[in-house]
Design a protein around this ligand. Sequence first.
Ligand SMILES: Nc1ncnc2c1ncn2[C@@H]1O[C@H](COP(=O)(O)OP(=O)(O)OP(=O)(O)O)[C@@H](O)[C@H]1O
Ligand SMILES: [Mg+2]
Length: 160
Amino acid sequence: MKRNAIYPGTFDPITNGHQDLVRRAAGIFDQVIVAIAGNPNKTPMFPLEKRVDLARQVLADLTNVEVVGYSGLTVEFARQHQLSVIVRGLRAVSDFEFEFQLANMSRHLDRDIETVFLTPQEQFTFISSSLIREIAVLGGETREFVHPIVAAELKKQKRS
Ligand SMILES: Nc1ncnc2c1ncn2[C@@H]1O[C@H](COP(=O)(O)OP(=O)(O)OP(=O)(O)O)[C@@H](O)[C@H]1O
Ligand SMILES: [Mg+2]
């Protein structure tokens, strides 16, 4: 039986930390769907189409990875696409509480879906999209933390 996984998130924008996780997941599962949530309540910096487009470009070399946008419940989306594993990332203990709650809620909503946690390589543990957005708005350099095409997009976001 094929094992397919969904890696859901906001990816606003995709970082080297996200990328590290996708690559690990792609090595474990037959197919990985990177599912980018519209999340209008989080008022994202980049519109959904842009976030999807950037992730597609960054992950283009991975043949068993697909990037899609979605709205609504993640477990519902997973069920519809026969994805029985949700991949999430843990950077530090601070991620644990929320991720643990989310995993238990997902299981409560659909007991056939398992959440699997991956950790990134050490140098990515302090990267988050929100910090990257803040650096960009304040005119800092983000090239170290994101793919060059993402860094170029972020440059346009500098507050003047
Ligand atoms: N650098 C990273 N290393 C490992 N996992 C990560 C990293 N960044 C995000 N993740 C994980 O990826 C999933 C999706 O995260 P999300 O899209 O919210 O990114 P984020 O960096 O946390 O963004 P934000 O700061 O806007 O919340 C979550 O499980 C999150 O813990
Ligand atoms: Mg987050």
